[in-house]
Write a protein that binds this ligand. Structure first.
Ligand SMILES: Cc1ncc(COP(=O)(O)O)c(C=O)c1O
Length: 383
């Protein structure tokens, strides 16, 4: 029997989205929000512009790239890109977990595009060297539901003819994104920055803008997807004149999170925090023979959405076992929302993004030992 640990994480929020707020967050810190004011008034526009420019500064987005705040979170940003840019040339759809698979459904079943689909099982990644980058390529940088990420952008040729459309929602602010290799990049505030959902970020390379201005898709576009007018990019969207009304409370919250990010040292420290969190879990797994990273190749292991599987041969029903562990940890108030995603293999998923404190991960790990031993014993007694 493993004794129940005595120390608990100060913050048991390890959800993969919405993710933990920055450690300095308080509701009072939002008191400067432009509430009850128009987002088109000078004060609203200035805040939206600041959100765009601080995002650029922290992520190191080149000056020639456009950054827009768009409706409907990461999904809105990514589908807006698909619906406005795809169809001009053949596509390759890459998927290694649930969200990438969702973009495949969009392309194949909804847009009915001429394309090839490459998929890999949970824990694996597709062979990126086999991809034809002269086609438009859609992929997810960090697979949130499998804990597998693209190890590097080196494989993407600089002189590709196609566009790369990258869903980077659980990578941005915790992993290096090679801007010269990414034509469309999307993310939501709710992930690594611990912001609120519902607003999406859409980052476009000059080649993506060129596509928007030279190509009109054959299908109708709703107003919230329209990025051009009269064949020209609507530049205002990328200066803070959003397509429709944003929440100024969420904008303030994002600005506060960006301020925190800058205060701790920007992207290098955000990334280092996620790395330290993930490392603590990897070491925990390395020294136990009953739990392992779902990512097969260490080079593809995520440092944000760390997905784990139980490998003990005594476990009779993997899904029930993993759910029971997550439930025990939640009931003890030591970890909320760490069950594997509903479509993913049974296991745990522990968010390690920048807003999570390493001390909280370290405090959680002995509880996983405890929950595992307790559940194995319970399983034996029930048999
Ligand atoms: C890789 C990935 N893509 C898309 C989404 C959907 O994001 P949202 O709900 O912010 O639209 C998520 C959410 O977890 C995700 O992890």
């Amino acid at each position: 029997m493993v004794m129940q640990p005595t120390a608990r994480p100060d913050n048991p929020r390890f959800s993969s989205g919405p993710c933990a707020k920055p450690p300095t967050f308080t509701l009072e810190s939002l008191s400067d929000a432009a509430l009850g004011r128009s987002h088109r008034a000078a004060i609203g526009k200035a805040k939206l512009k600041e959100a765009i420019e601080t995002t650029r500064e922290i992520l190191g987005v080149p000056a020639a790239y456009r950054i827009g705040i768009v409706p409907a979170s990461d999904t809105g940003a990514y589908e807006m890109a698909m619906w406005t840019m795809l169809g001009a040339r053949p596509v390759e759809m890459l998927a290694w977990e649930s969200f990438g698979a969702g973009w495949v459904t969009d392309a194949v079943k909804q847009l009915k595009l001429d394309g090839e689909t490459r998929t890999a099982e949970y824990g694996e990644i597709v062979d990126l060297t086999a991809v034809d980058w002269n086609k438009d390529v859609c992929f997810t940088w960090n697979g949130t539901t499998s804990g597998v990420r693209v190890p590097s952008g080196d494989v993407i040729p600089a002189d590709r003819e196609g566009l790369t459309l990258c869903d980077a929602t659980s990578a941005a602010f915790a992993q290096d994104l090679p801007w010269d290799k990414l034509d469309v990049t999307t993310f939501s505030w709710q992930k690594v920055m611990g912001g609120e959902a519902a607003h999406g970020m859409l980052i476009l390379s000059p080649r993506a803008v060129e596509r928007l201005e030279s190509y009109t898709p054959p299908w109708p576009l709703p107003k919230i997807f329209r990025l051009t007018k009269g064949g020209k990019l609507i530049e205002g969207i990328f200066e803070g004149a959003t397509i429709n009304t944003p929440s100024m409370l969420c904008v303030e919250d994002y600005l506060q999170a960006l301020g925190w990010a800058k205060s701790i040292g920007g992207l290098p420290e955000l990334t280092a925090r996620a790395d330290r969190n993930a490392q603590a879990i990897w070491e925990f797994c390395d020294s136990r023979d009953w739990i392992a990273n779902l990512a097969a190749d260490p080079a593809t292991r995520s440092n944000t959405s760390v997905c784990l599987k139980f490998t003990d041969p005594r476990i009779t029903d993997g899904a029930t076992f993993a759910k029971a562990i997550a439930k025990r940890l939640e009931a003890e108030g030591v970890a909320y929302d760490i069950g594997a995603y509903r479509d993913a293999p049974p296991g745990l998923r522990i968010w390690c993004g920048a807003t999570v404190e390493t001390a909280d991960i370290e405090a959680l790990l002995p509880w996983i030992d405890w929950a595992f031993e307790t559940e194995i014993t319970a399983q034996a007694q029930a048999a």
